[in-house]
Design a protein around this ligand. Sequence first.
Ligand SMILES: Nc1ncnc2c1ncn2[C@@H]1O[C@H](COP(=O)(O)OP(=O)(O)O)[C@@H](O)[C@H]1O
Ligand SMILES: [Mg+2]
Length: 382
Amino acid sequence: MSDRVKKIVFDPEERKVLDMTFGPGVAAELVGRTPEALAKAEKEGRLAAPKQLANGRRFYTLEDLTQIRESLGIHPGKADHEDAVVIAVQNFKGGVGKSTITKHFADYLALHGYKVLVIDCDPQASTTTMFDIKPEMLLDEEKTLGNFLSPRSNFDDFPASIHDTAWPTIKVIPSSLGLQDAEWDLTATLREGGQAVREGLQRLRIGIENVIKDFDVILLDPPPAMGFLGLNVMAAATGLLVPVPARQLDYLSTIHFMNTIAENIEVLEANDTPVDYGFIRVVCSAFSPNKPGENDMWKMMQATYGMYLLSQPILASEEIKNATQAFRSVYESKPSASHATYNRCRENLDAVFNEVVQQMRQQWPSTSIAGPSSDALASAAA
Ligand SMILES: Nc1ncnc2c1ncn2[C@@H]1O[C@H](COP(=O)(O)OP(=O)(O)O)[C@@H](O)[C@H]1O
Ligand SMILES: [Mg+2]
C-alpha cells in the first residue's frame, strides 16, 4: 500500500528546479571579489569564460559560483578540523517567523558559499516543505529525525536521514509526524530517570556530532512548544537566534520565553547536559514601521535587549509573504511587484543575515581573526 501511495504522491517532474542566474556584478559580490578581478582571472584563463545570453550579456549559475570559489581558492567557511556552528532559530511561539527565517538564512548562506544542513524539528514541517520535500512522501519512517530521536528506536544512522535539496550546498533532515511520537517516547524516559533522561536530552546533539565537521552551519527550526524535543534543540545548539515581532503580545511572551530558556538551561545542567552558547541574538521579525505602536515597540526592544538585538529589523514584506506562500524564499523568486520593492526586501534580509554571519564566524578561530567582512564595514559606515 505504501508503495502505491508513493507512486501517486511522488512525481519527480514536480521537484523544484532553481532558476537562478547572476550578472557579473552580483556574482563578484557573492564570491567576495570585484567584477574587474573576475574579468581579469577569466582573461588570464584562471577561470572559465562565463556563459552568455544571445544578447551578449554574461551570466553565472550557482554551480559557476562554486567553481569560481574553488579555482580562486576562496573559502568562506570554517577550516576542515573546526565544528559547524549550530544555530537554533528559537522561540516557543508559532507564527513569529522561525521557518521563514530558517529558510531565507539557509539560502543566503548557500549563496555566499557556506555548506548548510537544515534540521526541521517542527512536526508541522513547513521548513521541510519549503525545501521541496513533501512530508507525506516520507513513508520510509525509518530514515527520519523522529525515528532517530526516539529512545525506542534502534536506528543509529543519523546521516541516513539527510536529504538533498534543489540547492547543491543545502541538505535537509525533514520533519515528519513521527516527531510527535518521539516527543512522547522521550518524555517517557522521565520515569526511568538518571542516565535515560540524560541520553534522551542529548539524542539530537549526539546525532549532530556525526556530521559536525561536514557542514559550516547547521540550522535548527524548533517545535513551537517546550518539551523534550525543544530541550534537545537547546542542548544541540551552539548559538541562538530569537525572532520577536514588534507586537505587544509577542513581546510579552518573549519575556516569558527568556525566563523559560533560563529554566530549561537549569534543567539541562541538572541532567549533566550543560550548554554554552557562543552567541544569543534577538531579531525583530516582520517589522512594519508604519503600523501604530510598532515603532514604540522597536524602541522598547532596543532598550531591553541592548547589544543582544540585531541592529536591523527584518521588515514585513509582501515579497516574503508571496514567496513563502509558494514555498520559496525571496532568493529563489522573481520580483512579485516592482524591482525596487524586491531589491529593498533582499537588501534588508542581506543586512540582517550579515550580522548573524559575523557572530557565526567568530566561533571559528580560523575566521574570527580575519575581522568583519567588507560588507559589514560598509553597512557599519552607512
Ligand atoms: N518579514 C515578513 N514579511 C511578511 N510576512 C512574513 C514575514 N515573516 C514571516 N511572514 C509570514 O508569517 C507567517 C508565519 O511565519 P512562519 O515563518 O511560518 O512562523 P513560525 O515558523 O514561527 O511559525 C507566514 O505566513 C509567513 O509568510
Ligand atoms: Mg514554523
